[in-house]
Design a protein around this ligand. Structure first.
Ligand code: ADP
Ligand code: ASP
Ligand code: MG
Length: 452
């Protein structure tokens, strides 16, 4: 069995839904098909929620109307029969009347907000399943809210997901295509919740791991993982193979093509992940598996909204136990630390969740001196196979960045990652400089030396 996930742009137009039907029926394997919301819908729903929260009811109603218009037009082109269209209209009417009722609830809390944002995936999957039924496909819609569970910390409950999914799948052995929602889940209170932005990738991997799928395919709008962020850097190219570790680092450190946690469940169960392009299905994409080709430097990613905290203590740092006390403070506030560097008298750390920054810095001041922290920082992460017996990665990176002030450098923690911290305003310059130096420099040199 395989798990195929289609993202927002892949389901964002009626003709794309038609292509997806062709794709998922073009091979015989039984599939679980995970869908995101139509592109733009999650943002629109969040914006409706903002208006509702601010008691801007007229504004919320306007936004709901604009979104509804989009769906009314969409279904006209999605279905080709009267019966299909009638089914589509019923789905849109039902979900939009629920959306309207949600924004009338006062006060509009995060519970309503989460129910509201879940509507994107609830709409796309019901509309698609009705389309498959119209076309006579052997499919069924399996509600993610019946099996996708997170715990009080927001972490998926793998054992629960596996047990429920196995039971439900066993009830429909004759179905070839099983459609379900990405992103949405229930929390321990039984309320509707989600796996955070971009979470449909994570859903696919959690399902793939739970059922020990043969393969997980993430279908999106680009031909696999590129060597650098194509939104910022012009000359990028797809990487054909990555190890689980390399892909996990890239996803965690900002490669938007994958939700940061996507690789974990797949890696745990050894299920390969293939990234494919819905607009160009014959392109090879990227295969993520246990091993990969031995190219030294694979790719670069960047993660924004980082805060750097500088802890300084001549008195305490070399005393054993000091670092433990520092990290216990971050643990207490459930704030993960991304980068760490140390010297004899100082330790610097970065965090990307600054919700508890004031409380953390107040407690740190009880055990050390703090320098003013820096916001608006970016971690640039270079990923590849940097085993210690190979030379030259660091020198190339530093050479590329010689004109950029570096706040922190972290190298040697794993064989796959070299990370640097810079001010976010320098990100574009840094990514482009690294791109030229790490991926095109040798070619440029070759051209110079072979030139007549
Ligand atoms: P989906 O809606 O299918 O989940 P996303 O927009 O979340 O798609 O992810 C795909 C996008 O990720 C691409 O269009 C691309 O702009 C962006 N992206 C950022 N970094 C990378 C990278 N290293 N390789 C490929 N795509 C990347
Ligand atoms: N629809 C959700 C989002 O836009 C989840 C996803 O697309 O993966 O974040
Ligand atoms: Mg995505």
């Amino acid at each position: 069995m395989q798990v195929w996930k289609f993202g927002g742009t892949s389901v964002g137009k009626p003709e794309r839904m038609h292509s997806i039907r062709q794709l998922i029926t073009s091979t015989d394997s039984r599939k679980i098909v995970v869908l995101s919301a139509l592109s733009g819908t999650t943002n629109a729903l969040l914006s409706i929620g903002e208006s509702a929260k601010a008691n801007q009811d007229a504004e919320a109603v306007e936004k709901i109307k604009a979104l509804r218009d989009h769906y009314d037009t969409f279904i006209q082109e999605l279905y080709s029969t009267e019966a299909g269209l009638a089914q589509g209209k019923e789905i849109v009417e039902k979900e939009f009347s629920f959306i309207r009722s949600l924004v009338n609830i006062k006060p509009f809390t995060s519970k309503q907000d989460k129910e509201l944002v879940a509507e994107g995936e609830l709409l796309s999957t019901q509309m698609f399943e009705a389309y498959l039924a119209e076309q006579g496909e052997n499919s069924i819609l399996l509600p993610a809210l019946e099996f996708m569970r997170i715990d009080a910390e927001g972490e998926p409950e793998l054992a629960v997901i596996e047990e429920r999914l196995t039971t439900i799948l066993g009830q429909h052995p004759e179905r070839q295509l099983i459609i379900t929602q990405g992103f949405i889940c229930r929390n321990p209170r039984g309320e509707v919740d989600n796996l955070k932005r971009g979470g449909s990738d994570y859903t696919a991997s959690l399902i793939g791991g739970a059922i020990r799928a043969e393969e997980i395919q993430i279908w999106t709008d680009i031909d696999g993982m590129h060597n650098n962020d194509p939104r910022i850097v012009k000359r990028t190219f797809p990487i054909r193979q990555l190890t689980f570790e390399e892909a996990a680092e890239l996803a965690y450190f900002g490669a938007k093509i994958l939700h940061p946690s996507t690789i974990t469940p797949a890696k745990m169960r050894g299920v390969p992940v293939r990234l494919k392009n819905t607009m160009q299905p014959d392109a090879p994409g990227t295969l993520i598996a246990t091993s990969s080709t031995d190219r030294e430097i694979k790719a670069i990613a960047a993660k924004d909204n980082i805060t750097a905290i500088y802890v300084h203590s001549t008195r305490m740092l070399n005393a054993y136990g000091f670092l433990r006390r520092v990290f216990e403070i971050f643990e207490k506030y459930k704030t993960p630390v991304d980068m760490v560097t140390t010297s004899e008298v100082s330790v610097s750390v970065t965090i990307d969740n600054s919700e508890h920054l004031d409380a953390i810095t107040a407690e740190l001041r009880e055990i050390a001196d703090l320098e003013e922290h820096d916001r608006d920082q970016t971690i640039v992460c270079i990923v590849g196979n940097f085993s210690a017996d190979k030379e030259g990665v660091a020198i190339k990176v530093l050479d590329a960045l010689k004109n950029i002030p570096l706040r922190m450098i972290s190298y040697g923690a794993s064989e796959h990652n070299l990370s640097i911290l810079i001010h976010s305003s320098l990100k574009e310059q840094a990514l482009n400089a690294l791109n030229e130096r790490l991926f095109y420099y040798e070619d440029a040199m070759k051209d110079i030396f072979t030139a007549p």
